[in-house]
Design a protein around this ligand. Sequence first.
Ligand code: MG
Length: 158
Amino acid sequence: MRVSFDLDDTLFVAPEKFKTEKSLRFPFRIIYKERLRLGTIELFKYLTEHNIEPWIYTTSFRSERYIRGLFRCYGIKLCEVVNGERHAREVQRDNPEAMPSKYPAKYRIDLHIDDDISVKQNGDTYGFRVFIIGAEDEHWTEKIIKRIEEIRNDNRQL
Ligand SMILES: [Mg+2]
C-alpha cells in the first residue's frame, strides 16, 4: 500500500499555530527550517511497521534531496518524492489539457493526505482517494490510521 503526504500545512506547519516535533539540532535546524507537525515521526513509524510506502507529493519546488534530507534527520526514510518539477515532467508533460495540481493515481498511490479541499474535489472528479487534515487536531494521526485500515479492509474483500 502507498500513502502520500502533502507538505505545506499538512506535515510542515507553523509552530505558532501547531504543536510540532522538536526542532533539529544545530546545524541542521539552519539547513532545514520547516517544522514537522507533532505526531509525524510516530505516524511514519507505523507506516513502516505495516509495510506501507510513505510518499511525499507536493506542488512545491523543494528539491527531492532537500526533502529526503530533512526527513532523514528525523529518522524517516521516504519511499518516493513527487515535487512540482517531477509532477510537471511526469504528469502534466505536454498534455494540452491542464491536469489537476496533484494526480496520485498516476503513481498508484492508494491514499493521499492533504490540507487543501480542492485536492479532495479533484480526487472525487479524477478518481483518487484524499483524506483532509487541517487545523491543529490531537487525533490527526489516529484518523489517518483509521482511514488506512478501512482501505486495507476494502482491498482484502476484493
Ligand atoms: Mg498544503
